[in-house]
Write a protein of this length. Sequence first.
Length: 359
Amino acid sequence: MKKAIAVIRGDGIGPEIVEQALLVLNKVAEQYGHEFTYTDVDMGGNAIDKWGDPLPQAMLQKCLDSDSVLLGAVGGPKWNDVPGPMRPEKGLLRLRAGMGVYSNNRPAKIWPQLASASPLKQEIVDKGIDFLIVRELIGGIYFGKHETVVEDGEKTAIDELRYSESEIRRIGRIGFETARKRGKKLCSVEKSNVLDSSRLWKKVMHELAAEYPDVELSDMLVDNCAMQIVKAPSQFDVIVTENMFGDILSDEASMITGSIGMIPSSSLGETSCGLYEPIHGSAPDIAGKDIANPIGTILAAAMMLRFSFDMEKEADVIESAVSKVLDEGYRTKDILPADPTGCTLVGCKEMGRLIIENL
Ligand code: IPM
Ligand code: MG
């Protein structure tokens, strides 16, 4: 199969981790007779430096013209003081909105080899951690009006949070469909004791439930959910939630699995053209040192093969190669246990090379 991939290397560790993912994709293409072509897209801080805009229209267009987009990470302290609409993160938000990828899928699954890296007690980990957060990605407070005005002689900042029934319904459906393919349990997370948008969210989820009698729907307030994720994560199968709650809960969920460096994510809308990225940030403090963990990005590339290109076998092969390398004890710094006996510390490039060797 021939596929055109838009590649956003981004800022910080972005370029190094993306490089390893591309090497993995090249090897898979060679083994399975595919042809992947790559188009570089500038987005984030580097695009601000080069074009004065975190996502120039022409760059968004390159993404829309592709079969899918692979992204490293964007942002860094260098651009901390640029105005809100010009921040690197704004490029990412515009990309998500421009591609219409409203459904962000973030797995929280513990790799048995890394169980000791989880900050949770062994007895909690032993009950299993394998759930998925379906996060609404192009609505809510991220996309409401943001403004700072002067009221009664002092600055007042306003961020608007709005959700329409149709926005909630389409992500709700993804939640139910996803649960249907997994453990058939869907937990809808909101703050309906305080927010109108959450009360509407809850109402729409319950309307949808009638169409999915095989899926067990439960409701949970977001503060309680934050607590339950560390207290009893084995209770969760699929969580569906709004944009900002999903942002926060997915960082928490990744941490209990051992390292945020291991978690990929997919973002999809109505077409098969998706956006694939690790969920971690650009980690500017370790950029260029060859110590970053490329696994999150490599697994994001595997997700792209599975969800956008229907290449199940190829995705499986990448995931098993990662598993084998972990079995053999190879670890990047972020996943090296406190007692490293039996483990070999490797850098970003070497981790990529080992995964390719195991494909
Ligand atoms: C994420 C990130 C982004 C978000 C930032 C970089 C804008 O934290 O993908 O979770 O908040 O969505
Ligand atoms: Mg986040």
